[in-house]
Design a protein around this ligand. Structure first.
Ligand code: GDP
Ligand code: MG
Length: 162
């Protein structure tokens, strides 16, 4: 079984854009990956000779009431079956209550999580992402998924323990 990397975060942060870039596809390869169910979008990625499975999720509801209760079931399942979680944030939108709720959930899991601030193109990334450190989930990777910026550095960190 290949290592599984799940992309989670609220809607519109750029999960599918990153998925497509990592898997170099527009559509998921919904191939037969034993042990994985089909209601999430799976693709295969390869970096530095290492193959892994990337899972795209529809996103966790950004509703401000009872976000924990409203977390999309499939995102929770994606986290459960992942070896590593990439938690995407929108560097332009800044920190939201939905992000904080997702972070609370992730802090309770015994899973490696990488914070990924997307959309740093055309903004001062360092100052925009500073507040994401408040999530207490470690270092914040800066990327622009739509432009391929920061992806190599992110993958270097990601594949190390895989
Ligand atoms: P998802 O809902 O998390 O899957 O987000 P999408 O991948 O569908 O992207 C949401 C929106 O953000 C789209 O309009 C994308 O074009 C835009 N977007 C994604 N990545 C970037 C980026 O690196 N920079 C900018 N400026 N916009 C981006
Ligand atoms: Mg999407």
């Amino acid at each position: 079984m290949l290592p599984v990397v799940a992309l989670v975060g609220r809607p519109n942060v750029g999960k599918s854009t990153l998925f497509n870039r990592l898997t170099r596809s527009r559509d998921a390869l919904v191939a037969d990956f034993p042990g994985l169910t089909r209601d999430r979008k799976y693709g295969q990625a390869k970096y530095e000779g290492l193959q892994f499975i990337v899972v795209d999720t529809g996103g966790i509801s950004g509703d401000e009431n009872g976000i924990d209760a409203e977390m999309a079931q499939q995102s929770l399942l994606a986290i459960e079956e992942a070896d590593v979680v990439l938690f995407l944030l929108d560097a332009r939108a800044g920190l939201t209550v939905a992000d904080e709720a997702i972070a609370r959930h992730l802090r309770m899991q015994n899973k490696p999580v990488h914070l990924v601030a997307n959309k740093v193109d055309g903004i001062d990334g360092d100052s925009e992402v500073a507040e994401f450190y408040r999530l207490a989930l470690g270092d914040v990777h800066q990327i622009a998924a739509a432009h391929g910026r920061g992806i190599g550095l992110l993958l270097d960190t990601l594949v190390q323990p895989l």
